[in-house]
Design a protein around this ligand. Structure first.
Ligand code: SF4
Ligand code: SF4
Length: 504
């Protein structure tokens, strides 16, 4: 039975919906819709967030019929030479700045430039030295005038300034020392004045998107979700919450879809962590450029706050059976980061999308979990710090995390991959996501769950384990072709893949 299921999953042409031909016409219609959904699901355009770019869809121009042996604009008319160090403008600039700092005067002329490599360049192009001299006075004029135009260019200044800080090596820097000092380190001038908190929220959300995030929401800082005795850089912190911690901007980005579906072995959270971390740093630097305090919270660097419940309060989604934030756009396939700020913002409100009811009926993640860590109870069956939730065995989950088959990709993510909400943005998924929260009868939910259970293959929980613990590295989906060693590397393929085919 397992082999049969496996073969079907591995071969979409055999696993077509014709096998349901004998059942009711309504089922065939649903099957056809699902088939269309499958085709669309394979299209990177269905990816949510940055998936289209990641899948190479932005490089759309077909160059093949224009290929030539030599670019027509690369005309060789002499003996090609390798470039000198001094040919690079910013190398020369850096060297000249050092010389000026050390007391050298540019008025002495290029013939007296202390750095021989820079001198050699201007010996070759003496007429360009005049331009360089003019650039020094242009820069002085720039510094003299820049503040006069600050109002007009304040946002453009902050935008570039944030990226400029992001280009520094250790970015964002870990908070160090008291937040009353550290959180203000990016501020260089008085705060800009927003027309209203609503205007501030609108702009900050736009910027979170521009810094690479797919979803963003804002909430007041609820002290229930601030850790006690936790302040990065201050080991003996205690319970105090800094007075300027007013609002939290919560944002996130999905993990790359196809590896995530191929959890455990082929998936990673680090891709989305990296993007979320970068955005947290950029947004913090941007707030600092505008004159406001910011304390970024990003994966892999501890947190002073618990982000998922704040994301719920900010209206990004609801909590799932497995304790993860679930959003209408990307389901639980989201990695979060946040920035705490003193900027007055208009907060968002939580949402009721009936995900709670869906989780009560579904249990797919609990059935698939390779460590049995997710509750199968009909209703939330635990109370954690005063909040009703599903029981979740963190340590059991961690035990399974600890046995992943790749060196750096600690984790599992099976519960995210199998969740019916973790689906790409094709029309059938969009239709269901829009219909279910508006359907008071629960019929949409039941129909979707029936489809999930009947049309999809779920490996047994044990199959997700590594071979050394009795499994065979199964995934909800098989890996995408770009993660298959045998396609690109000179290796002997001694394994079979177990999981649904790519798509959906
Ligand atoms: S990450 Fe894996 S082990 Fe942990 S709860 Fe989810 S499915 Fe279970
Ligand atoms: S798989 Fe089902 S039960 Fe689990 S989080 Fe998703 S909807 Fe809820």
């Amino acid at each position: 039975m397992k082999d049969e299921k496996h073969r079907e999953a591995a071969d979409p042409s055999r696993r077509n919906f014709l096998k349901f031909g004998g059942v009711a016409a309504a089922t065939a219609t649903v099957g056809a819709a699902a088939g269309a959904g499958f085709v669309l699901g394979r299209d990177p355009d269905a990816n949510v967030g940055w998936g289209r770019t990641e899948a190479g869809k932005d490089m759309y121009f077909n160059r093949e019929s224009f290929r030539v042996d030599m670019s027509p604009t690369m005309q060789i008319v002499g003996k090609p030479e390798r470039p000198e160090w001094g040919d690079q403008l910013f190398n020369r600039m850096g060297s000249l700045a050092k010389s000026i700092k050390a007391g050298w005067n540019p008025e002495e002329g290029w013939e007296n430039i202390p750095d021989e490599r820079v001198r050699a360049y201007y010996a070759k192009y003496p007429e360009r030295w005049q331009e360089m001299l003019l650039s020094f006075s242009a820069r002085i004029q720039h510094h003299e005038n820049i503040e006069k135009y600050r109002d007009r260019f304040a946002l453009a200044w902050a935008h570039t300034g944030a990226y400029n800080r992001g280009l520094n090596g250790n970015f964002p820097p870990k908070p160090e020392g008291h937040p009353d000092v550290d959180d203000f380190k990016w501020i260089k001038s008085d705060p800009v004045e927003f027309k209203s908190p609503a205007h501030a929220s609108e702009l900050i959300k736009k910027m979170a998107f521009k810094f690479g995030m797919s979803l963003v929401g804002i909430t007041k800082l609820d002290p229930n979700f601030v850790f006690k005795n936790m302040m990065r850089g201050m080991p003996e912190w205690g319970d105090e919450i800094p007075a300027h911690w007013k609002n939290v901007i919560v944002f996130g980005v999905p993990m790359n879809w196809d590896p995530m579906y191929a959890a455990v072995g082929y998936s990673t959270s680090k891709d989305a962590y990296f993007r979320a971390k970068t955005a947290a740093g950029l947004l913090s630097a941007y707030l600092g450029e505008l004159g406001y305090a910011a304390r970024p919270q990003w994966p892999g660097n501890d947190y002073e706050i618990i982000v998922p419940p704040l994301a719920m309060q900010a209206g990004l989604g609801e909590c799932t059976r497995n304790g993860i934030l679930m959003t209408p756009e990307v389901g639980p396939n989201i990695r979060l980061a946040a920035v705490i700020t003193n900027l007055d913002l208009e907060p968002d409100k939580p949402v009721d999308l009936k995900m709670k009811h869906f989780c009560e009926d579904c249990k797919i993640c609990a059935d698939a979990c390779p460590s049995g860590s997710i509750s199968k109870a009909d209703k939330p069956d635990a109370v954690v710090r005063g909040f009703r939730k599903y029981e979740f065995n963190q340590d059991g989950c961690w035990r399974f995390w600890s046995q992943g088959p790749t060196k750096d990709a600690m984790g599992c993510r099976v519960c995210i991959a199998v969740c019916p909400y973790t689906r790409k943005n094709n029309w059938i998924h969009a239709l269901v996501k829009e219909t279910d929260p508006r359907d008071p009868t629960g019929l949409t939910r039941n129909a979707l769950l029936a489809m999930q259970h009947n049309f999809f293959y779920y490996p047994e929980p044990e199959a997700f384990h590594g071979e050394w613990t009795g499994g065979h590295f199964a995934g909800y989906h098989q890996p995408p072709e770009w993660l298959r060693s045998e396609k690109y590397l000179n290796v002997e393929k001694t394994w079979e893949y177990d999981g649904n085919w790519e798509g959906f």
